[in-house]
Write a protein that binds this ligand. Structure first.
Ligand code: BGC
Length: 765
């Protein structure tokens, strides 16, 4: 390809006399005119799989980064260099900050904090010379078993959209581009290149596109990544309705669309759809563009439109703007940010008799193999290869002032040595990006009995690795193993006999079953996968230096089968279809043989997560938005002000307890009767207080666009809200309203939108 480019460059330089023409903001069209078709295709198609090292990395620019575009020196067109970054910079040979996973970020319900995290991350990319952050991941968590839930935010489109927007704003404030992904309806990993998501237009508009719409409109990302999957029979990177009509014409997106790595089939079709950059790039896609241009089935105008967007993107990037990378990001400063930010997303599920916080110099029995093999983040492209730190639980708890039961510590250290050897053997055959085998649990009965007598509390950490390419399975990953249950039972029996608490810390990338064993624990804290300072952040919370203030970004059901998408989500281990293969790749048209593998019916429609549980009165273990604190809060003085196109809802929150803490106020709308079928309750806005000391209060103002009151009417292809009384509740979670006010909408709202994506999904069974 290089040779072709050089020849083409020489040819153009003589023919067009364009030797002095160099890309600048005021000459983009002129530069495009001076480009040969080969150069244009070269700008669209990425550096190519030949440049890759087999782990999804290229070694040009910064070794280990995900990809780059082809520069054209004669026209002053610089390359754009991309690296993965849902939780920090993924490159080789450089120390990088490992930020918390997306799920924890959403659980903070704190957009200001997410902007700060985004900016810190963006600065780190900039310091290392990377132009674009491939992230955040923001697909809806349709089902608890999706392998990439750890990177994603929530089951709710508003929380997902606002969390993503805050990160994007932060990243781009640092002068690098963000590339939120994967657009759209990419909600499972099994057969991820070729699965057809079969979704009704209403569910698409209200759930699977709404999060992206909110993010685009409130943060204007420089890029968006199209996804791998088919959507109602058309692969998303070749879907013009999606990438041009909706994304650009309707939402006003002005950036460039990048394909997911290896996504799409025909280069020309991708260009036609408005997929501007094809990564990782291949000779076939490059040739396809040129051949179709020659035979007239791809128009020069479509090609130029994509080239223009890529040149405009290049003009924004640091490589064009100049300034050499410092290669010296503030790693210490970022580590402090990670340590402080994580507890804002920790969710306290249970805290009987104020079992937490513990006393700082208590001696505790630290148990469970995950306590000795803490999981700081997920695997796959959402990982950080060389984290600056990896603070484990023993270090974190000791630094927080706790004394560790030495005999227990010694037992686990020895046990982990032999388990590590076993796992290493097993993991030899597991692809780099997938979930790896982890240590099994032991039940050291004698030590537990002794610890119950001598120590003040048991702290058991249970962990689950989430990763790219493979969904989790119910039996092995959602439910606790027999070993974990045996450990919990033995510990609860011994410690409760002595009147001492059992604290369970869940170090997970998404939810697991809790309802069946929660009666064994006095306190349950989800710390998710909190980034490089994990041990410290957990120590800070257990010691009461800080109150956890996270709220559930998804529902935890009583049992997995209650999930509305459960009947239509893969229930097989991936290796049933090919040894560990996440690619049951079937080619350019989807197949409809194996349900949930070839195609997935989104039969639950808009009733995803709490929309299902609340509307149908299905009991949950912990509702969406749930989370306890070390203190208590009162709400009062709810007020609604009509500001034309938006409502401002005021609520005053007072800390009525004995410790400092932060509260999240969630505003749900209970739709009026009649009209369209709607969920009983939908999240319309939220805000988090600053740190309130006992007795302190804060008046929060939550802004709700009236547009968000609408639902999508497929027949009219319009967003509709009928006039009438709307009940707004200020709630602690989706099940716990505290204050309520009604608001009268005097006029119907009807927003017509493009009547596209019109293929009604045939639910193949
Ligand atoms: C993932 C993307 C990632 C890309 C580049 C793909 O396999 O799905 O999320 O950004 O690889 O590493």
């Amino acid at each position: 390809m290089k040779k072709i480019l050089l020849l083409a460059a020489a040819w153009t330089a003589c023919v067009c006399g364009a030797q002095d023409l160099k890309l600048a903001p005021d000459n983009v069209d002129k530069v495009i005119k001076a480009m040969t078709p080969e150069e244009k295709a070269g700008v669209i198609v990425g550096k190519g799989s030949g440049a890759f090292d087999g782990r999804g990395h290229i070694n040009d620019y910064l070794p280990g980064c995900a990809g780059a575009t082809n520069p054209i020196d004669r026209l002053g067109i610089p390359p754009l260099v991309y690296a993965d970054g849902p939780s920090g910079l993924r490159v080789d040979n450089k120390l990088c900050t490992r930020f918390p996973n997306g799920m924890l970020e959403a659980a903070t319900w704190n957009t200001q904090l997410l902007e700060t995290i985004g900016e810190a991350e963006g600065r780190e990319f900039r310091a290392r010379g990377i132009d674009v952050v491939l992230g955040p991941g923001m697909n809806i968590q349709r089902n608890p078993l999706c392998g990439r839930n750890f990177e994603y935010f929530s089951e709710d489109p508003l929380l997902s959209g606002l969390s993503a927007a805050a990160l994007v704003r932060g990243i781009q404030r640092a002068g690098v581009g963000a590339c939120p992904k994967h657009f759209a309806a990419n909600n499972q990993e099994l057969n991820r290149l070729s699965n057809d998501s079969r979704v009704s237009r209403r569910a698409l508009r209200e759930i699977y596109l709404r999060n992206f719409e909110i993010m685009v409109k409130s943060s204007q990302p420089w890029f968006i990544m199209s996804s791998y999957n088919f959507l109602n029979g058309v692969t998303t990177s070749q879907n013009r309705d999606l990438l041009t009509t909706i994304l650009r014409h309707e939402w006003g997106f002005s950036g460039a669309v990048i394909s997911d790595w290896g996504g799409g089939y025909s280069g020309a079709q991708m260009v036609k759809a408005g997929n501007d950059n094809i990564q990782q790039g291949s000779k076939e896609r490059y040739n396809d563009i040129l051949n179709k241009l020659k035979d007239g089935s791809l128009s020069a105008a479509d090609l130029d439109a994509c080239v223009k967007r890529m040149l405009e993107a290049a003009l924004r990037a640091i490589r064009y703007k100049g300034g050499s990378p410092t290669d010296n990001p503030p790693l210490e400063e970022n580590a402090s940010l990670v340590r402080e930010a994580a507890p804002e997303g920790f969710v306290l599920l249970e805290n009987h008799d104020n079992a937490l916080p513990l006393k700082k110099d208590d001696r505790v029995a630290l148990m469970g193999t995950t306590s000795y093999d803490f999981i700081h983040g997920g695997t796959g492209s959402g990982t950080v290869n060389n984290p600056f730190r990896s603070v484990c639980m023993p270090e974190g708890l000791t630094d927080a002032g706790f004394k560790l039961d030495e005999a227990m510590h010694r037992f686990y250290t020895d046990f982990m040595q032999s388990e590590r050897r076993r796992c290493e053997n097993f993991n030899k055959n597991v692809p780099w990006c997938c979930e790896h085998e982890r240590a099994m649990e032991a039940v050291p009965t004698d030590l537990i009995t002794k610890a119950a007598k001598e120590d003040k509390a048991a702290v058991i950490t249970l962990g689950r690795v989430f990763g790219e390419g493979v969904d989790r399975d119910w039996y092995h990953s959602y439910m606790l193993s027999n070993g974990e249950i045996a450990l919990l039972k033995a510990t609860a029996e011994a410690f409760h006999k002595e009147g001492k608490p059992v604290i369970v810390v869940l170090n997970v990338g998404g939810i697991i079953d809790v309802a069946s064993w929660r009666n064994l624990a006095d306190a349950i804290l989800i710390c998710w996968q909190p980034g490089e300072e994990g041990g410290h952040s957990v120590g800070d919370v257990l010691a009461g230096n800080v109150s956890p203030s996270g709220r559930m970004p998804v529902t935890i059901p009583m049992q997995y089968s209650d999930d509305p998408s459960a009947p239509n989500f893969p229930q097989v281990k991936a290796d049933k279809y090919q040894n560990y293969s996440f690619y049951r790749h079937v080619g350019a048209t989807p197949q409809y043989k194996v349900p949930c593998v070839d195609y997935t019916n989104y039969e639950e429609g808009i009733y995803v997560g709490y929309r299902h549980y609340v509307t149908r009165g299905v009991k949950t273990a912990y509702p969406f938005g749930y989370g306890l604190s070390y203190t208590t809060f009162d709400y009062r003085d709810m007020k609604i002000k009509d500001r034309g196109d938006r409502l401002e809802i005021g609520v005053t929150v007072k800390n009525t307890g004995k410790r400092a803490g932060k509260e999240v106020v969630q505003i749900y709308c209970d739709a009026p009767e009649g009209g369209m079928d709607k969920p009983l309750r939908e999240l319309k806005g939220y805000a988090k207080t600053r740190l309130l000391k006992p007795g302190q209060e804060e008046k929060l103002t939550i802004v709700i666009s009236k547009e968000w009151l609408t639902s999508f009417d497929e027949d009219k292809s319009a967003w509709i809200a009928c006039r009438g009384e709307y009940a707004f509740v200020a709630a602690r979670d989706a099940d716990t309203p505290v204050l309520q006010m009604s608001y009268k909408l005097n006029k119907d709202i009807k927003l017509k939108v493009y009547d596209v994506l019109g293929i009604e999904p045939v639910f193949v069974n």
